[in-house]
Each structure stands twice: as C-alpha cells, then as structure tokens.
Ligand binder design. Sequence first.
Ligand code: TK8
Length: 339
Amino acid sequence: MNLVRRTLVATAAALALAAPFTSIAQDFKPRLIRFGYGLNEQSNQGRAAKVFAEQVEKASGGKMKLRAIGAAALGPDTQMQQALIGGAQEMMVGSTATLVGITKEMALWDTPFLISNAKEADALLDGPIGDKIKAKLQEKGLVGLVYWENGFRNLTNSKRPVVKMEDLSGIKLRVMQNNVFLESFKTLGTNAVPMAFSELFSALETNTVDGQENPFNTILSSKFYEVQKYLTVTNHVYSPWIVLASKKWWDQLSAAEQKVLLDAARASRDFERKDTREEAARAITDLKAKGMQVNELSPAEAARMRSKLTRVYATIGSEIGMDLWNEAQAELARIRAKK
Ligand code: TK8
C-alpha cells in the first residue's frame, strides 16, 4: 500500500468510528420511555420486554432509556391504550383483542382457527394484511410497530375435564374484553364474562369465574395451575400481541430515534417468537408436573366445536368489512400454497 492509500484508509476508518458518535449527539435527545405490559417479569412477555429495552439503550448510545413496567402496574391493556392516545404514556405491548374497540379491523385476529401454525402466523402478520391493519391505528392516535406472539389459546377450568362440548355448559368463563370472544364462548354454551387480564388470577382463586383461555405460556407464567385443575388442548385461536407507541409522542421523535425503536422492536419480535415457541413446546410436560390434568379433544369433538365456532365468522366479516376478510383469506391461501 502506498502512503496516500494508507492515509485514505486510515481516515475512512477514523470517520467510520467517529460517525456514530456525532450522529448520536445530534439525533438523539435524552428520552425516558415507559413501556407497559400485562404479564409478569418472568413471562415470555417480560423476557422480550427486557430484550427490547436493552436494544434501544444500546443502539441510542444510552440516550433512550426504555423502562419496561410489567404486571399491569400501568393499568390493564385498555387503560394503557388510552394513556398512549392521550400522550400520557409512551409505549406498551398488549393483546390485539382489546384494541378492537379502537380499531375494528383488529377483530380479524380473533377469528377462531384462522391461523393453523407458526409459519402462517408470521407470514400473515408480517405481510401486507398485518401491515394494513397496523396502519389503521394511526388515525386513532397509535403507532403499531410489530406483532409478537401470544400464541394458540387453550382452555382451563376448575370444574371438570372438558371432553365434549356439553361439558362447557354453564361454566363461568372469563374472556377478553372483546365481542368476538364473548360470542364465541357463549355459542359453545359457557357463561362467558369479559374481564381485564389483571383481575383474572384472583377471580379464578375466589371462584368468581371457573375458567379462562390463554396460551400454555401464560397458564404457566401466571401460575393459573395453582387455581385451575383441568386443561383442555383446544388451540381455538392464535392470538398476537402488538407493540404500540403513542402517536403524539412518536411524531416528536427524530428519524434516527424512530429507527432505533423500529429496529429494536423487530429484534425483540424475533427473540420473543423463538422464546415463546420453545417454552410452549415444553409447557404441557411442565403443567402436568404442576398437577394439571390435561386432555386433548377427540377429532370428532374438535370438529363439532370448530363448526360451532366458525358461525362467528359472519360477525367478524361484517365487523372488519368483507373486502378485508376476503383479502385475508386470499393471502392465507397464497401462504399455504407456498409451503
Ligand atoms: C396480557 C393480556 C393477555 C391476554 C388476555 O395483558 O387478556 O387473556 O391473552 O396476554 O393481553
């Protein structure tokens, strides 16, 4: 290497080193971001929130501090959503199901048996349909960053093993604050009661309700096995979580700050899905070890429940609009054809 080239290389290297620091000074203000979530720190939600916080802090050179606040300490999902819209809180992660009152298109994700495996979930949520629904949040004062996996939901109760549909009759079942879930579980014969997740453990403990439905991960991390004897593997719906920002607040951020949050949100999503799937794969064994009695439905009973539940499809179609419903079905067909 001659001297000129060597000098050029050295200068380029020095610039490359210096560049991130100058841009951090210019593009990043000190920010404190409150990131609320509903489950506890030891849950899949808590672990991914921690990864998100670390990435944000690292990528902003310590300028942006993301404080992850779990166990609904900032309020249940619906309350945090309102705080974001008003600009009183910066960020959260929560269920899409509790967002339906704000953005009705979110009800697509409540469709029983819409998604049948992880590959379909990722492709649909991260593709044009997921983006379109996420974009609808903006006009309501929210920014949707990424979808995390809550997971396939299963049924627990303290009364009896659910072997056939009739076993559900009269069971007081907590559902999320969402009409599709309410209608679905009424259709199956339960006495369905909408309730915030933050009230659920004590409602189960005091027998205010007999049962609930959530993914294996949540049944484990929220210790529902302490107050629920029976677990029925129903996989009746795939639930996403969504990472949200207050639009009022988001619009004040620099492009560099927004990029840090988006990149970190994507990294947290990839971590969260992997972690959730690994935990879910071990969960039945773990829940049995904790004393739960687990049963799978016979194919005939599963088919009966399924055909009852698909009756709510008409309600969802009219709620989200038939155009979006048809687009989602077509997109799913494309995903399935790809293999
Ligand atoms: C946690 C909830 C939870 C959801 C529910 O805040 O409410 O049952 O599945 O994950 O969003």
